[in-house]
Design a protein around this ligand. Structure first.
Ligand SMILES: NC(=O)c1ccc[n+]([C@@H]2O[C@H](COP(=O)([O-])OP(=O)(O)OC[C@H]3O[C@@H](n4cnc5c(N)ncnc54)[C@H](OP(=O)(O)O)[C@@H]3O)[C@@H](O)[C@H]2O)c1
Length: 245
């Protein structure tokens, strides 16, 4: 098993992609703390992995809440080895009309949330080295009308990932980003489950299909595991091959 004995925190690990990442981590032998503001579908993990998974209420925009989250993982499972900063939100809107609260919630959650997770996790991760996986998106590097706030937040996550990778290497903490395309879970459903919208996007993807959340989660397992022991500061795109220019 790729993550046997590891302890992981997955923010947004209660539904969508985060829930699938938590499930794959558990299958690979990790103990997992799933964090979000609500329990979501977290309970679906309990039956198969009793004693190895717990829910911690946390808001990634709140520094105290994030500190308590990282400490709770150590208290529950004795250490912290992996953080998947997955919690995210999207609010569509052209920049000229995007409401300020919508802009702020994307930056606060997608970017400041990643910063707060890193800051709170490092004192624990540096005990025995570890890995951070930050969630980006193909939208970080591809201009799409209506995605200014979301794209900006994710592009900043990629820059933050590259900087922290070189800052934290001395503690044997690797930092990478995962950039999925459109998945069959979570916010990707708005595209992938709408035939008309998907038809407009489909030809841009070399494999001509949406991704399964599990396919992105397997990439998170790889980045978190020793199989990626020399992968640091990378952005791994899991999009089925994007033809967008
Ligand atoms: N699904 C895709 O196709 C896709 C593609 C590319 C990138 N991504 C990225 O993958 C990540 C997960 O997306 P998803 O599609 O799975 O989204 P989702 O289904 O909407 O789930 C988002 C998760 O984040 C949590 N969350 C939101 N705000 C939070 C906060 N302030 N504090 C703590 N938790 C918070 C939510 O729980 P609560 O609301 O209960 O807090 C939920 O568990 C995001 O970063 C997204 O940008 C997804």
């Amino acid at each position: 098993m790729e993550l046997d004995g590891r302890v992981a925190v997955v923010t947004g690990g209660t539904r969508g992609l985060g829930l699938t990442i938590a499930r794959e981590f558990l299958r690979e032998g990790a103990s997992v703390v799933c964090a979000a503001r609500t329990g979501g579908e977290f309970k679906t993990l309990l039956d198969d992995h009793p004693g190895h998974v717990r829910y911690q209420r946390a808001d990634v925009t709140d520094p105290d809440s994030v500190e308590a989250l990282m400490t709770s993982a150590v208290d529950a499972f004795g250490a912290l080895d992996v953080v998947v900063a997955n919690a995210g939100v999207n609010r569509d809107g052209r920049a000229e009309r995007l409401a300020v609260p919508d802009w702020r919630v994307m930056i606060d959650t997608n970017l400041t949330g990643v910063f707060l997770c890193t800051r709170a996790a490092v004192p624990h991760l540096r005990e025995r080295g570890g890995a951070i996986v930050n969630l980006s998106s193909i939208m970080a590097s591809r201009p799409t009308v209506g995605a200014a706030g979301y794209s900006a937040s994710k592009a900043a996550v990629e820059a933050f990932t590259r900087v922290t990778a070189i800052e934290l290497g001395r503690y044997s903490i690797r930092v990478n980003a995962l950039a999925p395309g459109f998945l069959d879970e979570g916010m990707g459903r708005a595209v992938s489950r709408n035939d008309k919208v998907w038809e407009a996007y489909r030809r841009r993807f070399a494999l001509g299909r949406v991704g399964e959340a599990r396919e992105a989660a397997r990439a998170a397992v790889f980045l978190a595991s020793d199989e990626a022991s020399y992968v640091n500061g990378s952005v791994l795109e899991v999009s089925g091959g994007l033809l967008w220019s």
